[in-house]
Design a protein around this ligand. Structure first.
Ligand SMILES: Cc1cc2nc3c(=O)[nH]c(=O)nc-3n(C[C@H](O)[C@H](O)[C@H](O)COP(=O)(O)O)c2cc1C
Length: 384
């Protein structure tokens, strides 16, 4: 895949080095253009080093603006108020603005990562709206400490992969639950589980790359979530149930990857801290099986369930997964045995069976790889 990275004169130009190297790590060939203002902030040598390619600083008889305009994607990161405004009016007065006007004419995908002071951002808002209507993608700044900051490199790379993918989930709304629920014993103590939320986050990444609109319903997790996702944070099983009930009716796919507690303590209303002066017997009651409600709320939704078992044979695993499938009306079940080495809750890898009418055995591999295999099935079967 070929990406042209245009670096313009914002202080965030210093981030372009890391960005170029991360794109290359994803096997993307990067050709860099730099504006004169960007060269005042970082030296072109560093971009030449990061990309392994000569940097385009001026146009020559090689008509670089035409030569590179049909790349798979033009990424302007960071994008100044100046470069955004020039493309709004199709001004071509330097190598980058000329490349962008040419690429626009070829309908090459263009992605801007705006980076500027708030006041400048406000001033060019109308230009951004106009370009969005013309099909240009803008990656939202990361909002922190009341400031609009350059997004995480990972967020930009995800957007690049999305813009250049086959987009086989484009137009689909995908809801994913992930992480562990937490049930209060008192105000300071509770019952939870070892789920890291990794599988759900990897599924969200993969669905996003394939073009879906993704919402994550997140319990407690120990991994980072890309800022570009819509996230609904929940704590207890009841919170999770409410969030799922609210969203499921308007989504096309629901992947239930959260580790939802099967039990919750029966506690007295208003209890703050249970005294440790005596032994305690905790009564646990069963929680509702949320997945069984989903098809009643939206019979058209493509439903993916998970079934984790401990120390079961493959036949037993398949049989309990099929039972779950029947009860919940799931279209697909991902089953695994958490007793296996390197597989399960708080690990980077897993070994699963993906079960519908057939059984796909996925040997021990990364959770990212598994997310891809699950999404392959979702893409194929939900588009039927
Ligand atoms: C140190 C420094 C930092 C700057 N940071 C920004 C910025 O973050 N965003 C922006 O739009 N302009 C910023 N500017 C102003 C631009 O560099 C200026 O508008 C320039 O004309 C942009 O040219 P270009 O779009 O061709 O790179 C900065 C200028 C300097 C000297």
């Amino acid at each position: 895949m070929n990406v042209v990275l245009c670096v313009t004169g914002s202080v965030a130009a210093v981030e372009a080095v890391k960005l170029a190297r991360e794109l290359k790590r994803h096997d993307i060939h990067v050709k860099c253009f730099m504006s004169d203002a960007a060269c005042e902030i970082i030296h072109p040598h560093v971009m030449e080093f990061a990309t392994g390619e000569e940097v385009v600083l001026g146009l020559t008889g090689q008509i670089e603006h035409v030569k590179y305009a049909q790349a798979d994607l033009i990424l302007v990161a960071p994008a100044t108020a100046n470069v955004i405004s020039k493309l709004t009016y199709k001004i071509a007065d330097n190598p980058i603005s000329t490349l962008l006007v040419t690429a626009f004419g070829y309908e090459t995908p263009i992605v801007f990562v705006p980076s500027m002071h708030h006041s400048m951002y406000r001033a060019v808002r109308d230009n951004i709206s106009k370009l969005k209507k013309e099909g240009i993608t803008f990656i939202k700044p990361k909002v922190e400490e009341n400031k609009a900051k350059f997004p995480d490199i990972d967020d930009i790379v995800l957007n690049v992969l999305r813009e250049t993918s086959a987009g086989d989930l484009r137009g689909k709304k995908v809801l994913i639950s992930t992480g562990a629920t937490y049930e209060k014993v008192d105000e300071f103590r509770g019952i939870t589980n070892l789920s890291s939320g990794k599988t759900g986050v990897e599924l969200a990444r993969e669905a996003f790359i394939r073009g879906a609109e993704v919402t994550l319903i997140c319990g407690r997790i120990s991994v980072g979530v890309p800022h570009i996702f819509d996230v609904v944070e929940v704590e207890s099983v009841v919170d999770m149930q409410e969030a799922i009930r609210k969203h499921v009716p308007t989504y096309d796919v629901f992947i239930s990857a959260a580790a939802v507690s099967d039990f919750r303590p029966v506690i007295d209303e208003g209890i703050t801290k249970i005294s440790s002066s005596e032994d305690l017997i905790l009564k646990l009651e069963r929680t509702p099986k949320i997945i069984n409600e989903v098809k009643k709320l939206n019979p058209e939704i493509f439903l993916v369930g998970f079934k984790a078992e401990y120390g079961k044979s493959e036949e037993e695993l398949v049989s309990s997964a099929r039972e779950r499938m029947k009860k919940s009306g799931s279209d697909l079940i991902v089953a695994n045995d958490v007793s296996k080495e390197g597989a399960g809750f708080d690990s980077d890898s897993n070994e699963v069976l993906i079960i519908d009418d057939n059984i796909l055995k996925v040997p021990l591999t990364s959770k990212r790889e598994i997310a891809g295999k699950i999404l392959d099935k979702v893409t194929k079967n939900s588009n039927r």
